[in-house]
Design a binder for this molecule. Structure first.
Ligand code: HMG
Ligand code: MG
Length: 312
């Protein structure tokens, strides 16, 4: 029987079309302690592309000693071949070494990942904030010269487990510095999931005033306190049209205390479908993929929509 719900009732306060930026294979799997075979990772990406996701962040070209789970980046891309090659399959790169590896693997889009706080820059990148910007500068320059699309993540935009509250102007400054390198898109990360709706509005307003408008800004919410979907809607009402999410709500950051899963893509797509927003994503195919991945990982998906639609 085909699915009759959610009933579609358009919400004029949010954009008519939203790009779901899927991060499950990267942000989701990077946090898994048991190694997932490369073939299963490639199959995960393949199924997500087939479900209509227009962007699937596929893996990371970081130092494999830092994130052993994604040490097979070359192998995964090799298994995928031409499928979704290019802007549909960005990868994370921290430095020129990572970019060299990504270029050799034939990628078309990369993402650098900075921090709004000094402590997290040191914990995640082994660099001060200043040094991390200096590390990213030649990456962005060369990536652009090679014709790649470049995204800049900034972590700890709503709070930091070591430093506590992070003032909005400090976050805006960190974002500005990375975007000034020449990146195409920003993604503001609530790495530990402590943001709330007013805070989202304040930050987007601050970014806009600094020349980084909602048309260039994506949002990346982790769901630690159950706020990810509410925060996403706040961002959409401020004109954001790119939302990061992870199928099955997988995720976390191995270098951030208390980071848990990302906003579940299924929950996001259910909400957007109900509001009449176009995403191109086939929710049923997505839920099937999520259930398959839960089988690979050996535990059920925390997504409420997956539970409701699979009767689990
Ligand atoms: P380092 O130890 O300072 O690196 O780490 P280094 O430049 O001193 O190099 C040391 C050795 O590592 C050298 O090897 C390099 O070749 C090698 P040696 O000469 O000693 O044999 N190396 C590499 N090998 C392969 N690929 C590379 C690479 N780079 C160096 N790319 C570094 C600095 C940045 C590399 C390290 O700190 C690192 O890899 N960090 C990545 C941490 C990470 O992946 N965290 C998770 C992703 S961020 C996140 O999840 C947040 C996000 O989702 C948004 C949000 O939620 O907020 C994006
Ligand atoms: Mg993340």
């Amino acid at each position: 029987m085909s699915r009759a719900l959610p009933q579609v009732e358009p919400d004029p306060s949010i954009p008519e079309r939203v790009t779901v930026y899927e991060v499950g294979p990267r942000d989701g799997l990077q946090n898994e302690s048991a190694v997932v075979p490369a073939a299963a990772k490639a199959e995960f990406v393949r199924r997500l592309l087939a479900a209509g996701l227009t962007t699937v962040e596929t893996t990371s070209f970081v130092d494999p000693r830092w994130v052993p789970q994604l040490a097979d980046a070359e192998e995964v891309l090799g298994l995928l071949g031409d499928e979704g090659r290019g802007a549909r399959r960005p990868v994370l790169v921290p430095n020129v070494r990572g970019l060299d590896r990504a270029l050799a693997a034939g990628v078309g889009a990369v993402a650098i990942f900075g921090s709004a706080t000094e402590t997290f820059a040191r914990k995640n990148l082994n660099r001060s904030l200043e040094e991390s910007v200096a590390m990213f500068a030649p990456v962005v320059e060369r990536a652009r010269a090679e014709g790649l699309w470049v995204r800049a993540y900034v972590s700890m935009c709503f709070g930091d487990p070591w430093e506590g509250p992070v003032p909005v102007p400090q976050v805006v400054d960190a974002c500005r510095r990375l975007m000034d390198l020449g990146c195409d898109q920003l993604s503001v990360g609530d790495t530990i999931g402590v943001g709330t709706v007013g805070h989202v509005h304040r930050l987007l307003e601050g970014l806009d005033a600094a020349g980084i408008g909602p048309e260039r800004t994506g949002v990346h919410f982790h769901d630690t306190y159950g706020q990810a979907l509410a925060n996403t809607l706040a961002a959409l009402r401020d004109g954001v049209t790119v939302v990061d999410a992870s199928t099955g709500g997988l995720g976390g950051c191995p270098y951030a205390k208390s980071a848990t899963g990302n906003l579940a893509t299924e929950d996001l797509v259910w909400t957007l479908e109900g509001a009449g927003v176009e995403t191109g994503v086939d929710l049923d195919a997505l839920v099937e993929t999520s259930a398959w991945m839960a089988g690979v990982l050996g535990r059920p998906s925390p997504s409420r929509v997956v539970k409701a639609l699979t009767g689990g």
